[in-house]
Ligand binder design. Structure first.
Ligand code: DC
Length: 223
């Protein structure tokens, strides 16, 4: 039987790390929907398309073909035949992604792909509108969050570990701006679904959060 878990929350709450590990331990497929918005952002960036210009955005939508495949269990995004997965994590692409995520035709296209994936297999899908729009009937909905300064510190530590110079105040500002854009857009803004369980990870480590979701899963399956 297909079983779907939706995880939503703001940038830097730990969604992808948590969802990836939980999916692995529960034998489910992890679907990173942010990567799909990043792929569209990559296309807009590479082709110099203004996300605010409606007609250019519409024709870009028609020219974008996105395929999601799995290699050794790891999600790969194929944009018009090219695997662009390694290019998607850059900060500039993340910023552009929150702009293209406001465009109606982009969201329609990606929501379709996401729903089709969840129909075929049991998935843990993370994003901003999974519980509210993509999978309103998901078996479990989680809203994962953490304080802004905690999220900024986590991002800072991640970059510092890779020897990338950064300023924690700037990161915090970026996170605040991204939260604002994601929570205030007209279409499918980020919000906690009424039936989602809130997990604040500010004082929790990865293991604790994964175990919490797994225990919710066990309770629901047995209850
Ligand atoms: O989770 P992320 O940072 O990779 O997401 C990139 C952007 O895509 C983020 O600013 C919001 C947007 N997004 C969205 O609007 N809906 C989703 N389901 C996933 C991401």
């Amino acid at each position: 039987m297909i079983y779907n878990i939706a995880i939503d929350g703001p940038a830097g709450a730990g969604k992808s790390t948590i969802a990836k590990l939980t999916a692995k331990e529960l034998g489910m497929i992890y679907i990173d929907t942010g990567a799909m918005y990043r792929a569209v952002a990559y296309y807009f960036d590479a082709n110099d398309i203004d996300a605010c210009d409606e007609s250019s955005a519409k024709s870009a939508c028609d020219n974008i073909d996105i395929d999601v495949i799995y290699e050794n269990g790891v999600q790969q995004i194929i944009l018009n035949g090219e695997n662009i997965t390694p290019k998607l994590r850059m900060e500039a692409i993340g910023k552009m992604a929150s702009k293209v995520a406001k465009i109606g035709c982009v969201r329609e296209k990606l929501v379709d792909i996401q729903r089709n994936l969840a129909k075929k297999e049991s998935v843990i899908m993370d994003g901003r509108d999974i519980g509210t729009r993509v999978l309103p009937d998901a078996d479990i909905k989680i809203y994962l969050t953490a304080g802004v300064s905690v999220r900024a510190k986590r991002r800072y530590d991640e970059l510092a570990a890779k020897d990338i110079a950064c300023d924690i105040k700037e990161i915090e500002e970026d996170i605040k701006n991204r939260d604002y854009e994601d929570m205030h857009r007209k279409i499918s803004p980020l919000r906690q679904a009424e039936d989602a369980l809130l997990i604040d990870t500010s004082d929790m480590d990865i293991r604790e959060v994964v175990d919490r979701i797994k225990s919710i899963y066990e309770e629901r399956r047995n209850g």
